[in-house]
Design a protein around this ligand. Sequence first.
Ligand code: KG4
Ligand code: ZN
Length: 340
Amino acid sequence: MTVLAIETSCDETSVAVVSNGEVRANVVSSQIKLHSEYGGVVPELAAREHLRNLMPVARAAMQQANVTAEEIDAVAATQGPGLPTALLVGLKAAQAVAFALAKPFVGIHHHEAHLYSAWLAGRPPRAQFDSFQPNVSLIASGGHTMLVHVRQLLDHKLLGATLDDAAGECLDKVGKMLGLPYPAGPLIERLAASGNPSAFNFPRPMLDEPSDNFSFSGLKTAVRYFLRDHPEVAGAEQLMRDLCASVQAAVMEVLVTKTIRAAKRLGVGCITGSGGVLCNSNLRERLATAAAAEGLTVRLAEKAFCTDNAGMVGVLAELKLSRGAQPTDLDAEIAPSMAL
Ligand code: KG4
Ligand code: ZN
């Protein structure tokens, strides 16, 4: 089966071609530069940019995969959650293509797609569902931080989520306070690499609470007050590096500790991770070390599949169709607050 998949839920326009578990093309056009100027994603601009980019990105994906329209067996798109006007562009385009080709359409939940991105590996990337294990999955992006119990393929339960800021959002806002451009996560990682993570002691919110929920706004506020009381830090290179390392340590310790704790409580033998924050090498190393100490297997999405991409959307759509899922109506609406 060959699936054409579209992702436009936020600020990446992406189109992929997936055949029998293999991601044959996964073209991503990022709008980071456009939104950077505004310090965050501007929904109306994102939608317009998706409209401009979708056709060239789709053409590039089909060319790379060497497929023609006649060879497409199904069309998929992210239906939610996401920015309403951004979702509309991809969903309506996918439904129109499905209608024109008289092929089934599948609307995909963005976070469900992230869940399975951890099982994509190799060159070319392939879904390795033969080695699937029940797991606890950490999804950490700019807008969401959540823990999910994946009992088997296509069977999952949300364990907890952030009550306020997401982990990536916290890093981005701290970066903004330090005068770093959006998104600040990658820059914080770079500065933190030569900083001392024990230099400043920031709170680890909800670390000792038994629930699987997260909260990062208090940490962000703690950094705000710290910078108010220590104005010398913002201009001093080494102190900035120490601050980034200390904030990164606080965020990552919470993510890792709560993921491992949930996995142990539920008795699963595996943890997985996905979403933009999983691009962070410090987080990846911490997860690997903590999991090894507990005898857990770790599957982390490859960095190219951590940030938003249509490859993961196509892989999930194909999995669903191959297991008998019904196609989504061609006039189904976007679902900006779709529950997992
Ligand atoms: O999944 P994603 O690309 O977009 C959504 O928000 O859906 O995630 C973007 C988030 C941003 O907050 C960004 O700062 C963060 O992921 N991020 C990182 C790194 N790369 C991206 N955070 C920490 N370290 C990184 N290397
Ligand atoms: Zn995402």
